[in-house]
Design a protein around this ligand. Structure first.
Ligand SMILES: [Zn+2]
Ligand SMILES: [Zn+2]
Length: 286
């Protein structure tokens, strides 16, 4: 039951890079990045990976009109592929507030043009004119802080090829942080990530790899823009996070592999969880 006093985080897509359906991934799910926050009666949506399609279906099952605030970290495929299949955009009663920063190589564009012609149109046969919902665009300058009424949103740049933006969302002294796609530094904790994560109730972190995979001499992943669960534990400890959520799972990690990682993460930092499709967490402790 949704109430105006809740602050929950729901996971609709938890994979990185590419959807990974199949019998070996049914437990954690194969859809790519999409996270929803229900905060004080508002819907906030982070990224539009393939998980966004199912989120749209759930929204359509609720009474119209629908209003949601959508935030993009960046525009790699695994964060936008669900956008053309988010069917509430075809409902003229609905309204979506689209937030993001255009990529550095397209800085002459504004978010509206970028969304219509880079996210939607080149990737979908459906004409942009067929979108009937009201679409309102907000260009974010990465690093800025802004308000959605009584919700405070802070942003910070992440260490990722072509850039990505992390979000810290605070309401009534509770905080959830969405921090993907990002790579740790070899010699220090990332000050931007530490700042976003400080004393957060929920800290969602890109832990695509294990340390062993990241440093594997035959196939190193250094410079690919992703981190490890071991680095997530370090940041969560240093920042005083309540609950660490391991996210952006490597598509080749089967349920069995992820169950193994979950055990290790819990041992290293009790209370930590691996994100799973359909999982819902509360940012307000019970
Ligand atoms: Zn990604
Ligand atoms: Zn990416």
């Amino acid at each position: 039951m949704e109430t105006n006093s809740q602050f929950t985080v729901k996971f609709w897509g938890v994979r990185g890079s590419i959807p990974s359906p199949g019998e070996e991934t049914v437990n954690y799910g194969g859809n790519t990045s999409c996270v929803e926050m229900h905060i004080g009666g508002k819907h906030l949506i982070f990224d539009g990976g393939t998980g966004l399609r199912a989120l749209g279906k759930s929204l359509q099952a609720e009474a119209s009109p629908h209003h949601a605030f959508v935030f993009f970290t960046h525009y790699h495929w695994d964060h936008i592929q669900g956008v053309p299949f988010f069917f509430p955009t075809f409902n003229e009663e609905d309204c979506f507030y689209i937030h993001g920063q255009v990529p550095p190589d397209e800085e002459m564009m504004q978010m509206e043009e970028h969304f219509n012609h880079r996210v939607l149109h080149v990737n979908s046969p459906v004409p942009v004119a067929d979108i009937r919902a009201q679409m309102k665009f907000h260009d974010i300058v990465c690093g800025e802080t802004f308000q959605l009424d009584d919700i405070t949103i802070e942003t910070a740049p992440l260490n990722h090829p072509n850039g990505a933006m992390g979000y810290r969302v605070t309401w009534q002294d509770h905080t959830a942080v969405y921090c993907t796609d990002t790579e740790h530094f070899p010699d220090r904790l990332d000050e931007n990530v530490l700042h976003l994560a400080r004393n957060a109730d929920i800290f969602i972190y890109d832990a695509m790899y294990t340390d062993e995979e990241y440093h594997n001499s035959k196939s190193p992943k250094v410079g690919w823009g992703h981190s490890t669960w071991q680095e997530g534990v370090k940041i969560a400890d240093a920042a005083g996070v309540r609950q660490l959520v391991i996210f952006h799972h490597e598509p080749n990690h089967t349920d069995e592999i992820l169950d193994g990682i979950a055990e290790q993460v819990k041992e290293a930092r009790p209370g930590s969880v691996l994100a799973k499709e359909g999982m819902e967490l509360s940012a307000i402790p019970e």
